[in-house]
Design a protein around this ligand. Structure first.
Ligand SMILES: CC(C)(COP(=O)(O)OP(=O)(O)OC[C@H]1O[C@@H](n2cnc3c(N)ncnc32)[C@H](O)[C@@H]1OP(=O)(O)O)[C@@H](O)C(=O)NCCC(=O)NCCS
Length: 394
């Protein structure tokens, strides 16, 4: 009944999968074909049954920052089942096979935005971070002028791309959950469907790029316009203040500024008034696909030195199951088999604790983790960071 989880074959599958994507997410089969090509046909997987694709997904290779280090993360988008095939366990099979192969390929983490939680929780994903939308009327932007002299605003070109990426990485690694973007995400920041985004950078007197934005404008019925940012990064207070001045200069015709981030955003903390609106767009989910690698690849506070005795119960990825000791020392983690298993985690518990979305003690309250107070409080100190978020949608 389940079929076979296999690579996408453009000659056989493109019409069927484009139809499935269009019927699942709206849009047309033609636009869906463009999206399949943009994601890379080599990143598509299908479930084939009776010689026909009945379910599909797109793999998005990238990473995410946790504890200041980039951890490889395999994103998923475009999970779709043909309407006539729904309700028969196709998507659950697709996701289980996806996870099995991600584990075999030694991806530490998988991530996604979910349209329904039931499906993904069944296979071990759990809430791991936020994405909020901020809206702020231009006339309410009140930021202190930078004291530093010599900043210049530049229109970004393709030549600036390497500097843009290193500016982003320096910014993003400070915020748990932020993506270490791959080509798919980077390309969507410049052009997403009909919207084209223009880049502006802030260079200091030495010529170093210290902040940048990518923006697009939408006319409002009044003839003015809103400005939306697909990306924003800055390295320090002075360049952040100069960035706000650049944005405020849109206020003569600009109505509102829209951008994305976590429960708060460091740029908003530079404003002298709290006049923005915040709306939850989505929580995103992760699944730990290789527990040892995931725990060893992330960073930890260098001030914490402890051993955690974990017992992971993972029916879908048996290679993750069992007792492990996580030794945290000098900002790094090392995992060995064994120990007394005093902290017991389901895959969902491991996901939410790993990201810092829930502390281990909170996850126990939610039935995702068990253990006594002493063990869990030690674990709280290992995973405690600021609330994880990302600005990107995939
Ligand atoms: C969501 C979708 C992929 C599910 O496909 P499916 O093959 O019908 O799902 P399955 O039969 O494998 O169901 C797996 C689990 O998810 C749950 N589920 C499936 N569709 C659901 C829905 N629309 N709402 C809530 N739960 C749903 C099922 O109840 C099942 O859980 P259960 O075994 O505990 O009952 C399919 O409806 C679809 O393509 N929808 C449109 C696109 C979409 O939303 N994709 C996901 C983007 S993140």
């Amino acid at each position: 009944m389940n079929g076979e989880y296999t690579a996408f074959d453009p000659a056989r599958d493109v019409e069927t999968v484009a139809r499935m994507i269009a019927l699942s997410f709206g849009g047309t089969p033609e636009k869906s074909k463009d999206w399949l090509a943009a994601g890379g046909h080599e990143n598509l997987r299908v479930v084939r049954a009776s010689d026909r694709a009945v379910a599909s997904l797109m793999r998005i290779p990238m990473g995410a920052f946790f504890g200041g280090r980039s951890v490889p993360l395999l994103g998923v988008a475009g999970v779709a089942v043909a309407p006539e095939e729904r309700g028969a366990g196709r998507a659950a099979f697709l996701m289980r096979e996806f996870l099995r192969t991600a584990h075999e390929e030694r991806w530490p983490l998988a991530g996604l935005y979910a349209s329904t939680h039931t499906l993904y929780r069944k296979v071990g994903y759990e809430h791991a971070g936020h994405r909020f939308q901020y809206t702020i009327p231009f006339v309410r932007i009140d930021a202190t002028e930078p004291k530093e002299q010599g900043f210049t605003v530049v229109a970004l070109t393709d030549q600036d791309e390497p500097e843009v990426r290193s500016c982003y990485a320096a910014f993003a690694r400070r915020f748990d959950g932020s993506l270490d973007r791959g080509p798919y995400i980077w390309s969507r920041l410049r052009r997403l469907r009909e919207d084209v985004y223009t880049g502006f950078g802030i260079r200091d007197a030495a010529g170093t790029l210290r902040a940048y934005i990518h923006l697009t404008q939408q006319r409002t019925p009044s003839g003015r316009h809103d400005v939306s940012l697909s990306d924003l990064a800055f390295l320090d207070v002075e360049s952040g203040r100069r960035l706000w001045k650049l944005l405020r200069d849109f206020s003569t015709m600009g109505e509102s500024l829209v951008f994305y981030g976590g429960p708060s955003h460091p740029a908003l903390q530079l404003l002298n008034q709290q006049r923005h609106e915040v709306k939850l767009k989505d929580d995103w989910l992760i699944r730990v696909t290789d527990a040892k690698l995931a725990l060893e690849s992330r960073g930890y506070s260098a001030a914490v030195r402890t051993n955690l005795h974990l017992h992971i119960d993972d029916d879908i990825l048996p290679g993750n199951s069992g007792r492990f000791v996580l030794r945290v020392d000098g900002g790094r983690g090392a995992v060995e088999k064994g120990g007394n298993g005093s902290i017991r985690l389901s895959p969902r518990g491991l996901a939410t604790v790993y990201s810092g979305f829930n502390t281990p003690t909170q996850a126990r309250m939610l039935g995702l983790v068990s253990g006594d107070d002493a063990a869990l409080e030690a674990a709280d100190s290992v995973f405690a960071r600021s609330a994880p978020w990302m600005s990107d949608m995939y």
